[in-house]
Design a protein around this ligand. Structure first.
Ligand SMILES: *Cc1c(COP(=O)(O)O)cnc(C)c1O
Length: 359
């Protein structure tokens, strides 16, 4: 997997330009969506990013040593009970999603005698994480809470940001304004990639893009100026010619109707190459679409390479899985899934090669 760090930087700057009234953070959870957070986060820090969001405390701990002291790390899922001292000692910011998380953080702060910073998440209509309006009121009235917890940011998350005109967005924006007004001293954070690009007037003070930094358009192709950051190839292991009537792969899901040339590729579902692409996806070589035939196996899959001139594809050659002819977004649309799911599925088995060049 080749990862273009200059593209990541350029995409960060693009978000900064679009959401010009806000500070732009970066969501680097799930190892920066599989691209390597320990490389990506410092690159974003060089581009001016100071706010880094991950899902778990362990992910934040992984990044402490590769970021300078001026960077802030936020744990979106908040803290599991008992993790407060680890988090506080590492100067990581928890997102307080529930009354329990908020009270545990307050108790820990009081216990060590140090006021602790945090982000407070409110639920404005996604029904996923965060305090409801009543809980917010309860929390802010609790004695000592604001003495021990410094609420730096109030955040919420939009359910339909990838549908810019959705009425749910306006409703969530309105509720967020009302709830955030209860914590006037805190910064506001509402926008993921789609919202940062699609509704730049409502992003608040701190935006939280993930996907777009990695070069994938959250608005399904409506965004211009994005730089794709990922290229993924697979090696050809074996090429064979088969007659008509031959079964290919597990359960002989596919049987040749005519003589074909087939290439076995060194990539399978254990690499995160989706099994659902078997029989409907494709790979590319020299601008030629090579359909995947039969099932995707754990470590291999098979492409029909009959369209290529005979002898032009040899074992050791590579074909394009993701690149100029096939984007993560196109794969996601083909699979009826989110680009986030395709991207985070890839990764661990591929050797990462980071590149950098003038854009
Ligand atoms: C994952 C996540 C984001 C980033 O979403 P993208 O669609 O990748 O930009 C932002 N905010 C929260 C709360 C998230 O969980």
């Amino acid at each position: 997997m080749s990862i273009d760090l200059s593209a990541v930087t350029a995409n960060y700057r693009l978000v900064q330009k679009k959401a010009s009234s806000a500070r732009v953070g970066a969501v680097v959870k799930a190892d920066a969506y599989g691209l390597g957070a320990r490389t990506i986060a410092p690159v974003l820090a060089d581009a001016g990013c100071r706010d880094f969001f991950v899902a778990h405390l362990a992910e934040a701990m992984e990044l402490v040593s590769c970021l300078s002291g001026s960077a802030r790390l936020y744990v979106l899922n908040g803290l599991a009970p008992g993790m407060e001292s680890l988090c506080a000692d590492a100067r990581i910011f928890p997102v307080l999603n529930t009354l329990e998380q908020a009270r545990d953080w307050q108790r820990h702060a009081a216990g060590i005698g140090r006021k602790l910073p945090a982000v407070l998440q409110v639920d404005t209509g996604m029904s996923r994480l965060g305090l409801g309006a009543d809980e917010l009121e309860t929390l802010l009235r609790e004695p000592g809470f604001l003495d021990w917890v410094e609420l730096r940011v109030v955040m919420s998350h939009l359910a339909c940001a990838d549908i810019p005109g959705a009425t749910a967005n306006a409703e969530q924006v309105r509720r967020f304004a009302d709830m955030a007004a209860c914590v006037p001293e805190a910064e506001r954070s509402l926008a993921n990639s789609a919202a940062a690009l699609g509704m730049p007037d409502h992003v608040g003070d701190l935006v939280r893009p993930g996907l777009v930094l990695y070069g994938i358009d959250p608005l399904s192709g409506a965004t211009t100026g994005l730089h794709s950051a990922i290229a993924l190839d697979a090696r050809v292991i074996q090429v064979r010619s088969v007659p008509a009537g031959v079964g290919v792969g597990y359960d002989h899901d596919y049987v040749t109707q005519s003589p074909r040339r087939l290439a076995t590729l060194s990539v399978g579902y254990a690499d995160g190459w989706p099994r659902a692409l078997g029989g409907k996806g494709a790979v590319w070589m020299n601008g030629v679409r090579l359909p995947l035939v039969g099932r995707v196996s754990m470590d291999t899959c098979t492409a029909d390479v009959t369209e290529l001139p005979e002898g032009s594809l040899q074992p050791g050659d590579t074909v394009e899985l993701i690149g100029p002819h096939q984007s993560v977004l196109e794969l996601a649309i083909q699979l009826d899934t989110a680009p986030h799911a395709v991207l985070t599925g890839l990764g661990k088995r591929f050797e990462k090669r980071f590149t950098s060049h003038a854009l």
